[in-house]
Design a protein around this ligand. Structure first.
Ligand code: AMP
Length: 434
């Protein structure tokens, strides 16, 4: 192949894919996006679409210089005017940039947004980890209370529930407020100091740059030190503790299963208070389906008003992969109601007329324009699972009659061509409102 697809990205195709990568079928994506849109509407989240690229500074300032994303994974380039731009690696910073720029807080006291779209990270590709992946994310801006955190956790788990996902774990933690983190960092410093020479080189770098990040490390040589590390829950200020306890209590009230995971800090710098992650035991190494948390300081950091916010993002590839692993059935591809096979020019013209007339009244009709032999055309009709099929040749045109074949029953019926469109419309109406 002279022009192969770049590493770490993939096509989403309408074809029957191989069994192990059925998650790349565009029909599955449309189904998932449909469920997401309906859910978001019911929870009062409105769609926001931001550009694929932003000024690099936006991510450096918000996600944090010491984060893996900013330090290693961004697709950054200069445009022709030598401005540094970056393909968005995540969705929250662009939403907040737009919110601040358009002063959206002046329109409503509470703004709830969702987005669906591609994100770009230069990561080592493997199952469940790509260089372009897609996220559904939601952000609620303007509310600092625990109920808002719980609404978002519920929204995300409700999505997974509607999709039929099972064996999920909701991990919950708090990263407290600035006071909590200052004390906790000090304790971590004392703790990790003794392990420093034995830590992975990434974690050694984190020790001075952002010590809480060591807790995020998956490196085997770090695990002993991480397991013995102090828990942030022992350093919570009274305000941070009250917020966390309220979140826990509310989750129990709404009947959600969760567990506290004191090592959960998540990879972005902007979180405070609640953080959460939902994982699937069915996904192997990349088992995080989605996660999020509260980021009360971010809007002010980006030059906006001092408003609290909380959000999450979930990766659509992993959601589809988890659904497939569970053998979930997706709705079938849409099928034509009638498939016309014209033989010859005059027949083509007639069939074109009928196809167009039917499509204009919202009936899915298809015409075979391949010019192939009738046998091949009939195979295509079968492949598309059309409800009816009609072959039109010179004989049919001469007699003004044709056989309308119902593919499921193999039953054929003689139809007068001058009533064909009317007949199809009546059958279609009977089919959808029997
Ligand atoms: P994050 O912004 O890192 O919390 O990511 C949110 C969600 O996006 C994760 O839980 C994953 O489901 C998904 N995700 C993140 N990075 C990737 C990637 N490189 N490839 C596929 N999915 C990803």
């Amino acid at each position: 192949m002279e022009y192969p697809i770049p590493k770490g990205v993939f096509d989403i195709l309408p074809e029957e894919p191989q069994k192990e990568d059925a998650w790349r079928n565009s029909n599955h994506w449309q189904y998932l996006e449909g469920v997401i849109r309906e859910l978001a509407r019911e929870y009062g989240y409105r769609e926001i679409r931001t550009p694929i690229f932003e000024r690099t500074e936006l991510f450096v300032r918000s996600v944090g210089e010491s984060s893996d994303i900013v330090s290693k994974e961004m697709y950054t380039f200069n445009d022709k005017a030598e401005r540094s731009l970056t393909l968005r690696p995540e969705g929250t910073a662009p939403v907040i940039r737009s919110f601040v720029e358009k002063q959206l807080h002046t329109q409503r006291p509470v703004q709830k947004f969702f987005y669906i779209g591609p994100m770009f990270r230069y990561e080592r590709p493997q199952a469940g980890r790509y260089r372009q992946h897609h996220q559904f994310g939601a952000e609620a801006i303007g509310v600092c209370s625990a109920e808002q955190d719980v609404e978002l956790i519920d929204l995300l788990t409700e999505l997974y529930r509607r999709l039929g996902l099972k064996n999920l774990k909701v991990a919950l933690n708090t990263v407290g407020d600035a006071n909590t983190r200052a004390q906790y960092r000090e304790a971590l410093q004392t703790h990790f100091q003794q392990y420093l020479p034995r830590l992975s080189s990434d974690s050694q770098a984190r020790f001075s740059r952002n010590i809480m990040r060591i807790l995020d490390s998956k490196a085997p040589e770090d695990q002993e030190a991480i397991a013995a590390a102090p828990s942030i829950l022992d350093f919570l200020s009274s305000e941070a503790r009250a917020h966390f306890e309220k979140v826990c209590a509310l989750l129990t009230t709404i009947g959600l299963d969760w567990e506290v995971s004191p090592r959960l800090v998540r990879g972005l710098d902007y979180y405070n208070h609640t953080v959460f992650e939902i994982s699937s035991s069915q996904l192997g190494a990349q088992n995080a389906l989605g996660g999020g948390g509260r980021y009360d300081g971010l809007i002010a950091t980006l030059g906006g008003p001092d408003l609290p916010s909380v959000g999450f993002a979930t990766g659509l590839e992993r959601v589809l992969q988890a659904m497939e692993k569970q053998g979930m059935q997706f709705p079938p591809d849409p099928r034509p109601f009638i498939y016309f096979i014209p033989l010859g020019d005059r027949a083509r013209e007639e069939c074109m007329k009928w196809t167009t007339a039917l499509r204009h009244v919202h009936i899915p009709a298809e015409i075979d324009l391949s010019g192939k032999k009738i046998q091949t055309c009939l195979q295509t009709a079968n492949l598309l699972h059309t409800v009816f099929c009609l072959v039109l040749g010179e004989d049919e045109l001469r007699s003004g009659q044709a056989q309308l074949k119902e593919m499921d029953t193999h039953h054929s019926k003689q139809i007068a061509l001058d009533d064909l469109v009317g007949h199809i419309i009546r059958s279609y109406q009977r089919k959808i409102t029997p």
